[in-house]
Write a protein that binds this ligand. Structure first.
Ligand SMILES: [Zn+2]
Ligand SMILES: [Zn+2]
Length: 273
């Protein structure tokens, strides 16, 4: 399995995931033309996508969903709440499949599971994608790491997680207080410190790669993001974990290695005896 971020942050989110011959998008927060161009520059025909999974209705995740679906004949998939709140029922789209949280959806060799997340949207979801013996957890836009998220992500080999803001930069920054309150709230966004706490306490033993995404350009700095996460991994003795940051323009391809090669699986096997 491999994946590639096509866009990240308030200017628009989209992640391409490839498992065997199956390709899906998570979110379509870029305009349909921009999205098609970025797919093509990754060597992917937009019409070849099996589905677009939409995490929630906010524009930076759903902006291009309906026009992209219509133009390229690609079905959308997400929660019932997202369907209603994004107004997809009144749009001309190629189709919509409701993803019930906790009920896996199989597309060829790929299985996608929706995990509810605490965010100020209608039925927002994170996703766990499994296939070819490995798994990727994908979560942006949530205010705190709930038990459902920590448990749902524990056996993943790779993790994409938002590291949205630095609390001091947000507090001292230019946003109106009502917006700051929203971001800081338990249904807002994850701070660098929230991510550090998660990495220290709950990162699963199998995880070998963490990609930090949805980094605010106003209330954060890539160096702070990296330093905070690195310090947490070091404290936890997890220096083998590869740490990467997604820029607004995305990333190159990232391989998700099966847990079979090397130390990743050893602790889990040992517990069986
Ligand atoms: Zn967002
Ligand atoms: Zn959002």
């Amino acid at each position: 399995m491999r994946f590639r971020v096509l866009g990240s942050g308030s200017s628009g989110n989209a992640t391409l995931v490839e498992c065997g011959a199956v390709r899906v998008l998570i979110d379509a927060g870029l305009g349909p033309r921009e999205l098609a161009e970025r797919l093509e520059s990754a060597g992917v025909d937009p019409a070849s996508l099996a589905a677009v999974f939409v995490s929630h209705e906010h524009q930076d995740h759903a902006r291009g969903a309906a026009p992209f679906s219509k133009k390229w004949g690609v079905r959308l998939c997400g929660s019932r709440g997202t369907y209603a709140a994004a107004g997809l029922g009144s749009e001309d789209i190629a189709g919509y499949d409701v993803l019930e949280p906790g009920v896996p959806r199989a597309i060829g060799p790929l299985t996608v599971l929706g995990v509810p997340v605490p965010h100020d949207a209608a039925g927002p979801l994170a996703f766990v994608l499994e296939g070819e013996g490995c798994s990727l957890a994908h979560a942006t836009d949530f205010g705190h790491v709930s038990r459902a998220v920590a448990d749902g992500f524990r056996s993943c080999d790779a993790l994409l997680i938002e590291s949205n803001y630095d609390p001091a930069m947000l507090r001292d920054g230019p946003y109106p207080w009502s917006v700051k309150e929203r971001i800081l709230g338990s249904r807002g966004h994850l701070s660098n410190d929230d991510v550090a706490r998660y990495l220290f306490r709950d990162l699963g033993e199998a995880c070998r790669m963490v990609l930090l995404a949805h980094i605010s350009q106003n209330n954060n700095h890539p160096e702070l993001v990296r330093m905070t996460a690195e310090a947490a991994l070091r404290r936890r003795g997890r220096t083998e974990v590869r740490l990467e940051l997604a820029s607004a323009d995305g990333t190159g391809w990232m391989e998700v290695a099966p847990a079979g090669d090397g130390a990743a699986r050893a602790p889990r096997q040992l517990r069986l005896f």
